[in-house]
Design a protein around this ligand. Structure first.
Ligand SMILES: C[S@@+](CC[C@H](N)C(=O)[O-])C[C@H]1O[C@@H](n2cnc3c(N)ncnc32)[C@H](O)[C@@H]1O
Length: 360
């Protein structure tokens, strides 16, 4: 056991949790050291001695040092292999995402280091094709661990079972899915259409957490639909109507239905705006529109991002306007509620998410 003499605050037990949270928020708490206590007080280890104003804010008076047990720092992958390989974790599978950055000799070293350092990882795979085709799938090569590509991924209180080679799933969209779900939760009872649902990544979260709503979830990939049905069981949700189809062949049956539409097919969502508008409630509704935009203004990344966001907004506005003129939809106003970068796509290219209200 390793110990260190650290600055600390001493607080009465009843205020302990409140002070611990405040110190953590201010990034002053040493989270790698064990908090100790005696009968009436707890002792919180600090990164540094508090300044006068911080002492007042937190409401502690006695500032001394104390001996704390310090946990062994978990070794990082770069400490073991000498560089930081890019990988993402999906369920219990680690996926090396940039095949070119790791040669064949190194990939075994990296794969075994991941298995050793992350006890919850049972498979290490390497992505060997880009995300491609209508189904947006990618090919994998198993490098180490169990020989499988199926897993269960947990996100925002939901479970998703799927095969990472047979369907699209991106764990980096967790924040985006939470954001859209929170909006649906706040909006009360709604008809939601998830036009490109995959394994139900948005649909399951909305159906579970905005349980007053009904979701229609469509995908053209039979494997995605099979997993979506399984995921409904896994999460105990029934309020999803599942449709295996090309959206272009089914949208007419869903005319005027939706209060909220999710269009998560970033490279080509704008090509499906006619279908989305047709499915929107004639009273109007909300569209979550995703788009890939690239831009290079200068080395100033925030300027380039601003340009990409504006390009996406313009694309949405112009396509909706044209659709209204040509198709005679009854929508007259489109209001952009929010626009943001969802995730990077390539250097100077981003996936942009836009929430828009479209009204009569
Ligand atoms: C980028 S993935 C998004 C999946 C899901 N929304 C997510 O966030 O994980 C796009 C999905 O759209 C489906 N898709 C592509 N074209 C389609 C079409 N014309 N009609 C219905 N689904 C389609 C693909 O099979 C794929 O599962």
């Amino acid at each position: 056991m390793k110990t260190e003499n650290l600055p600390r605050v001493k607080v009465e037990k009843k205020r302990g949790e409140q002070v611990r949270k405040a110190l953590k928020e201010l990034k002053l708490l040493r989270t790698d050291a064990k908090i100790t206590s005696d009968v009436d007080f707890i002792y919180l280890p600090l990164i540094r001695v508090l300044k006068e104003d911080e002492i007042g804010e937190i409401g502690v008076d006695e500032l001394l040092t104390r001996e704390f047990e310090v946990f062994e720092q978990r070794k990082k992958i770069e400490d073991v292999v000498g560089f930081k390989p890019p990988f993402e974790i999906i369920g219990d599978i680690a996926v090396l995402t940039d095949a070119d950055s790791i040669n064949e000799r190194n990939e075994q070293l990296v794969a075994h280091a991941i298995l050793k350092l992350h006890k919850n990882i049972k498979v290490v795979a390497k992505q060997i094709s880009p995300v491609e085709g209508v189904f947006r799938k990618r090919k994998m090569k198993i490098l180490a661990g169990e020989n499988r590509t199926e897993t269960i991924h947990k996100e925002n209180g939901c479970k998703y079972k799927f095969d990472i080679e047979k369907v699209y799933f991106n764990p980096r969209l967790a924040t985006e899915r939470n954001r859209v779900t929170l909006q649906a939760q706040r909006s009360g009872k709604e008809e939601v259409i998830d036009m490109f649902t995959g394994v139900g990544s948005f649909s399951i979260q909305i159906a579970k957490r905005a349980s007053q709503s009904r979701v229609t979830a469509i995908d053209i990939n039979p494997d995605a639909i099979r997993y979506l049905r399984e995921n409904m069981e896994l999460n105990g949700v029934r309020n999803i109507e599942v449709i295996e189809s090309d959206i272009r062949e089914i949208y007419a049956k869903l005319k005027n239905k939706a209060d909220r539409i999710i269009m998560n097919l970033p490279k080509s969502a704008y090509l499906f705006l006619d279908e989305a508008l047709s499915m929107l409630n004639p009273e109007g509704g909300i569209i979550h529109f995703y788009d890939v935009e690239s831009s290079y203004v200068s080395n100033d990344k925030s300027k380039s991002l601003e340009v990409a966001i504006n390009k996406a907004k313009e694309k949405l506005m112009i396509t909706v306007k044209e659709a209204c003129e040509h198709e005679g939809f009854y929508f007259h106003t489109i209001e952009i509620l929010a626009a943001r970068k969802v995730k990077p796509y390539a250097p100077y290219a981003h996936i942009i998410g836009i929430d828009a209200t479209i009204k009569k």
